[in-house]
Design a protein around this ligand. Structure first.
Ligand SMILES: O=C(O)CCC(=O)C(=O)O
Ligand SMILES: [Fe+2]
Length: 325
């Protein structure tokens, strides 16, 4: 008799389209420490570090994913034509140094083709970007987790080229620090104060520099204790409860919405000459400040405002009278 000793693990194999994935799931998967996943694609490549990206069926499940994992994956939010148009609009933006924009070829030193083009408050530069303030289902998720009166605290387009280095693991914003036991036991839940939607505009490979997330790490109740975001930081923290950051290997048109306190990092672009295109839309509760450089000198473009819907106007800060004002 042929005896297969499964030991402490069970193995589940199934087919998704033409791609085989094998997941090795520790039986004690109640906490994230015990969850370990290995994925193999049809070519036999091991994507041990990549996230299992599962589409959700409805808004309730999307919100629950943010609660559980700190992020939600939304496939095919944009079709191919929308992706192409957005990429060309991003190409068309010019850097305004007063607004903290950057646009450098060769920014990343070692690579002559390295590009870092990061343009702030895109919706004030071209009316095309207004629709990305309230794209479904992103806006439904944001209004559900941040309140119906939430607003966009920023919108940045970003082309990161070869030579872009790994970011250190970080939280974008940790509103409150709480001992992790209280969060893991469910006694305390920290509300979401800020959340970002990443609109990915490439089929992302490991080489293109995916965003990496540690699922559930918003329950750490603290940011990773790195003092700097760059890869030279002396006191890097690379995991939480034994779980390493895992790559979001998404396709062009997919979106990931994540809360600001989930641990994540951008990673290095090691392609020969491909820039990664990303649109980031940052949302906050009404009482979170808007980050619209050049701040004191920021002026809305009246021609663009004239094209905005009432909901888009609110998302840019057109709130009804309330406390303080
Ligand atoms: O580039 C990425 O994928 C992530 C960027 C990021 O997390 C940040 O700049 O805070
Ligand atoms: Fe970040």
């Amino acid at each position: 008799m042929n005896v297969v000793s499964g030991g402490y693990h069970c193995y589940v194999i199934h087919v998704v389209g033409f791609v085989w994935f094998a997941y090795m799931v520790d039986i004690d998967a109640n906490n994230h420490e015990g969850l370990y996943m290995t994925k193999f694609d049809s070519a036999g490549n091991n994507h041990a570090d990549s996230l299992l990206l599962e589409p959700k069926d409805n808004l309730e499940e999307m919100i629950q994913a943010i609660r559980d994992d700190g992020f939600v994956y939304l496939p095919n939010v944009l079709d191919a034509a929308q992706v192409e148009e957005l990429r060309s609009k991003i190409d068309g933006l010019t850097a305004n140094p007063e607004s903290n924009d950057v646009d450098f070829d060769g920014e990343f030193g070692s690579s002559a083709v390295g590009t870092n083009k990061h343009i702030k408050v895109c919706f004030n530069r071209d009316a095309h970007f207004l629709q990305y303030l309230d794209k479904e289902p992103v806006i439904d998720i944001e209004e559900a987790i941040l309140g119906e009166d939430c607003h966009a605290i920023g919108m940045t387009s970003w082309i990161t080229g070869p030579g872009r280095a790994d970011q250190a693991l970080h939280a974008d914003y940790q509103p409150i620090e709480v001992p992790e036991e209280l969060l893991l036991s469910g006694q305390v839940e920290i509300p979401v104060f800020i959340s970002t939607a990443h609109f990915y505009l490439d089929d992302t490979t490991e080489e293109l520099g995916p965003t990496k997330f540690i699922p559930g790490s918003h329950r750490a109740g603290r940011p990773p204790k790195s003092r700097a975001r760059d890869s030279h930081s002396k006191d890097k923290v690379n995991s939480w409860r034994g779980v390493q950051p895992q790559s979001a290997l998404v396709n062009a048109g997919d979106v990931v919405v994540f809360r600001s306190d989930v641990w994540h990092r951008g990673s290095s672009n090691t392609t020969a000459n491909q820039g990664r295109y990303l649109l980031q839309v940052h949302y906050g509760r009404k009482f979170v400040h808007k980050f619209y450089p050049p701040y004191m000198n920021f002026r809305f473009d009246p021609d663009i405002l004239a094209q905005a819907s009432p909901r888009q106007m609110r998302l840019m800060g057109d709130h009804p009278p309330g406390p303080f004002a």
